[in-house]
Design a protein around this ligand. Structure first.
Ligand SMILES: Nc1ncnc2c1ncn2[C@@H]1O[C@H](COP(=O)(O)OP(=O)(O)OP(=O)(O)O)[C@@H](O)[C@H]1O
Ligand SMILES: [Mg+2]
Length: 283
């Protein structure tokens, strides 16, 4: 097999509380490989280090020990090659939709006219033709995330890293954006990594699912998703979908129970295949 796009080798990452000085181990020697062109989801209990892993891949953080390799070289800071789509969209409120998408194009050195054309192209890819001049506050949550996706694509990335990108959206918008992301993935041939708390979303979208252990996070298992292609809504009623969901639910439940046993704060529960935070007293 060719060299993986991402390779984590025994990555440890801890955070220190500036007040108490106490150290909290987020990742406990995590190893994984992600191949070029894959669509991989990462699921795991809340606090298991999923965002930490994504930020290491993006270059926002560095491992304390171990190595995080991208194309065989250690990740050394952020790069437009590895772009992140955030849950809260992360748009510039003072820029229009086109202005937000033009921003990375400017960083790539494109002329003003090429930037304008590029912004139109990427906004059109996410069906936002005609909304180029709207400001974020004039757009719905789903439209804001479409701008976020267009801006990520405008970076010209090899890898698109998504941290619960649909969490703030209603179910119908979420499902539409899932399908659009899949369409973009199959059209562009780039590598997509998705962190999600929704098992249905992980199964529907990915070709492989990485299950994280309870904190300190390591890869508990990596499961290939063997479902009919292309993925349409019917896939969700396929027996293999239901069987995989049950398997993932069981695997996650074991980890959530470990988190629960170790935690003195809010507890984690699995509700209809979605990990939620709840007060322990309520359980
Ligand atoms: N910058 C930080 N400073 C201190 N602690 C941090 C920091 N970032 C993460 N942590 C801690 O590291 C652990 C892992 O956090 P992380 O955000 O990676 O978890 P997660 O799996 O993404 O959780 P969630 O599903 O709730 O988003 C948590 O206990 C968190 O409190
Ligand atoms: Mg997170």
């Amino acid at each position: 097999m060719s060299e993986p796009l991402f390779k984590a080798e025994a990555v440890h990452k801890s955070f220190r509380d500036p007040k108490s000085g106490a150290s909290l181990e987020a990742l406990g020697g995590l190893s994984l490989e992600i191949q070029e062109g894959e669509f991989v989801s990462v699921i795991g209990p809340s606090g298991s280090g999923k965002t930490t892993l994504l930020y290491l891949m993006a270059g926002f953080l560095k491992p304390d020990s171990g190595r995080l390799l991208y194309k065989g070289a250690e990740v050394d800071g952020p790069s437009p090659e590895r772009t992140v789509i955030f849950q809260d969209y992360g748009l510039f409120p003072w820029k229009t939709a086109a202005g937000n998408v033009e921003f990375p194009l400017k960083a790539r050195g494109l002329s003003p006219s090429a930037r304008r054309a590029g912004a139109r192209k990427y906004l059109s890819m996410v069906h936002l033709d005609g909304f180029e001049d709207k400001y974020p506050h004039q757009l719905s949550g789903g439209m804001k995330q479409r701008v976020g996706i267009a801006r990520a694509l405008a970076c010209g990335p090899d890898a698109v890293l998504m941290d619960e990108p649909f969490a703030a959206l209603d179910n119908i918008t979420r499902e539409m954006l899932q399908e659009e992301i899949l369409r973009l993935w199959s059209g562009l041939g780039k590598t997509f990594v998705l962190i999600t708390h929704h098992l249905d979303e992980a199964i529907f979208m990915s070709r492989r699912i990485i299950v994280m252990s309870a904190r300190p996070g390591v890869v508990k298992e990596s499961i290939a998703v063997d479902l009919p292609e292309p993925r349409t809504a019917e896939v969700k009623t396929h027996p293999a979908f239901t069987a995989l969901k049950a398997r993932l639910m069981k695997s996650l439940r074991e980890e959530v129970e470990k988190s629960l046993a170790a935690s003195r704060g809010p507890a984690l529960v699995l509700d209809m295949g979605v990990i939620k935070v709840a007060e322990k007293e309520a359980l």
